[in-house]
Design a protein around this ligand. Structure first.
Ligand SMILES: CC(C)(COP(=O)(O)OP(=O)(O)OC[C@H]1O[C@@H](n2cnc3c(N)ncnc32)[C@H](O)[C@@H]1OP(=O)(O)O)[C@@H](O)C(=O)NCCC(=O)NCCS
Length: 178
């Protein structure tokens, strides 16, 4: 049975404010898709998530059903340093997929980016580009940006980026993930 979207509760948490209980739920949800084990999820988080990073969560009756990590990181655009959010780990619990809840979660992520006036950037496989495009994300040409991780096979997409690039400045855009 399809879930009524009104039953979803949206909540945003800074990493420094998150409870241990919710964090465990996040690790468990992540592990249903990226099956590296809970210990590995915890270690990845310990290494890669900073206190000011943001967890966007969707709940049904207090149960976590949707999750995104937004990591506040630096980028160089038009030779100047800016902050952007690296949108990561977009996940909907298996039982709730294909009911537009993923799009609802992306809307929540987009609202967060618009409110904080930051650019959003993500990397994804080709088959998922359509999913993100439906939520207003745009592909960024591979020869216009660099990122300090080896993920050449993935596609870069941005949100809230239009008009930010000085067309006369041909310098590459650098996204830093650390
Ligand atoms: C990707 C994911 C978040 C989508 O969530 P969802 O709630 O099932 O998506 P929605 O129901 O909102 O789908 C919206 C649209 O995107 C399409 N879509 C959803 N998942 C897709 C996928 N894996 N591949 C291609 N298209 C997809 C849907 O068909 C739908 O299109 P339609 O409106 O024409 O029917 C979910 O499948 C998931 O958690 N997958 C595992 C984790 C993952 O791959 N995350 C992305 C990491 S980059």
């Amino acid at each position: 049975m399809r879930l009524n979207i009104l039953k979803l509760k949206k909540k945003t948490f800074k990493h420094c404010k998150i409870t241990k209980k919710l964090n465990n739920e996040i690790l468990l949800l992540k592990n249903t898709f990226w099956k590296h084990g809970i210990k590995s999820q915890f270690l990845w988080q310990f290494k890669n998530v900073k206190p000011q990073d943001v967890h966007n969560c969707l709940f049904v009756k207090k149960k976590l059903v949707g999750y995104t990590l937004l990591r506040k990181r630096r980028m160089f655009l038009n030779k100047k340093k800016h902050y952007f959010y690296l949108v990561d780990t977009v996940t909907i619990s298996k039982k709730y997929r294909q009911q537009n809840i993923g799009s609802y979660l992306m809307e929540m992520n987009n609202d967060f980016l618009k409110k904080s006036k930051r650019i959003g950037f993500l990397l994804c496989k080709k088959n998922l580009m359509n999913f993100y495009a439906k939520s207003g994300w745009k592909k960024i040409k591979k020869n216009t940006f660099k990122i300090n991780v080896k993920k050449q096979s993935l596609n870069g997409m941005t949100f809230n980026f239009e008009g930010r690039r000085n067309k006369h400045n041909k310098n590459l855009i650098y996204f830093l993930t650390n």
